[in-house]
Design a protein around this ligand. Structure first.
Ligand SMILES: [Zn+2]
Ligand SMILES: [Zn+2]
Length: 359
């Protein structure tokens, strides 16, 4: 094992998720890295809508291995500097600025063999970026960790995971230049998806309630139209803005509510595509008009998570400055403020909060 001159301590401050509504920043052990692992000092972590959902109601996949009686590491978007290296790791050095995805496929299961690594049977989600240090497991070190250029802003590097999700969510729709796209929901991922879609030449109409987010839909995501969403907006009114009123070529649902999934299928034109992207509460169901789906040839997609190829693409978009996500960070706070940060996001007062451990 190789240690940095500023050898990591044996304990650190870290946020722990105990139960919905119960997250505590407390001292926890920081073991030395095992073979194949890296320990990084977190330079910046970001709040994410998924963490807000976890904080509110737990998460069926991300924190699945957390029995109520104990706690789990928390936070999955972050960027940091390598401070200790386990045996056998040759492609990273102490002092490297790195970003690690929050999972890596095993490369060996039925779904990996089908080239669907985001659905890998052995996927293990890495949490723990809301902390002073993070141990990156060997599988993620070898398959889904990238070195960033020296001096690159860690707050930008920390966008790798959400940008990879947004890139995959949009690229797999095969959007063509000039396509009209309706975006329902303008949280951080929705805004990133809108920006990716406009980079691909789409004309995006974004619907949302929050004025701060609507402003970013224009200034950051370059949406052509930004509409103040209200429940009394009917599909007919929404479609009236599209060429000849036929509906949108593509619709992205980025809210995660069953009735908005249904609405998404009503806004698309004949032959169009709908991406049911927002994860709904567990156990919820939707009713869909079979006639609409069949005779209008609606394609439904429901894209989840990222793959190593999209993580690499996100790193490329960020480091070549094709996309600067910084405007989505509306607040910077110390790590100890993780709960107020999540609550500010929940209240719609912040888009993403950068959490910076005290130096
Ligand atoms: Zn995230
Ligand atoms: Zn696998």
């Amino acid at each position: 094992m190789v240690l940095a001159p500023n050898t990591p301590p044996q304990t650190m401050q870290a946020a722990r998720f105990y139960a919905p509504g119960d997250v505590r920043v407390e001292p926890v052990a920081l073991p030395a890295p095992q073979a194949g692992e890296l320990v990084i000092k977190i330079d910046a972590a970001l709040t994410c809508g998924t963490d807000v959902k976890c904080y509110r109601r737990g998460h069926p996949v991300l924190l699945a291995n957390t029995p109520n009686s104990c706690s789990s590491p928390f936070g999955h978007e972050g960027c940091g500097t390598v401070v200790a290296i386990g045996n056998g790791v040759t492609n990273f050095s102490v002092g490297d600025l790195v970003v690690a995805a929050n999972s890596a496929p095993c490369g060996d299961c039925f779904f990996c063999d089908k080239n669907q690594p985001n659905l890998c049977n052995n996927i293990a989600f890495l949490n723990g970026t809301y902390a002073e240090y993070l141990t990156i497991p060997a599988n993620i070190v070898s398959k889904n960790t990238h070195t960033l250029p020296p001096g690159f802003a860690p707050t930008k590097g920390a966008f790798t995971e959400p940008l990879a999700v947004a890139l995959r969510g949009v690229m797999e729709m095969n959007i063509q230049p000039g396509d009209t796209v309706a975006l329902l929901g303008i949280g951080p991922i929705g805004l990133l998806m809108a920006r990716v879609a406009t980079e691909l030449g789409a004309q995006v109409t974004a619907y949302g309630r929050n004025p701060l987010k609507r402003q970013l839909a224009s200034t950051f995501a370059h949406c052509q139209h930004v509409v103040h969403w209200t429940e009394d907006l009917t599909p007919e009114v929404m479609k009236a803005a599209t060429p000849q009123g036929y509906g949108f070529d593509m619709v992205i649902e980025a809210v995660g509510l069953p009735h908005i999934w249904q609405l998404a299928t009503q806004l698309v034109r004949k032959g169009g595509k709908v991406n049911l992207f927002g994860g709904c509460p567990g156990g919820s169901t939707v009713e869909l008009d079979t006639r609409r789906l069949h005779y209008d040839e609606i394609t439904l997609l429901s894209l989840f998570h990222h793959t190593p190829a999209y993580i690499a693409m996100a790193v490329d978009w960020l480091t070549t400055h094709k996309l600067d996500p910084s405007p989505l960070i509306t607040d910077t706070r110390p790590l100890t403020d993780v709960v107020p940060a999540l609550e500010a996001v929940m209240a719609g007062e912040a888009i993403k909060v950068a959490l910076i451990p005290e130096q």
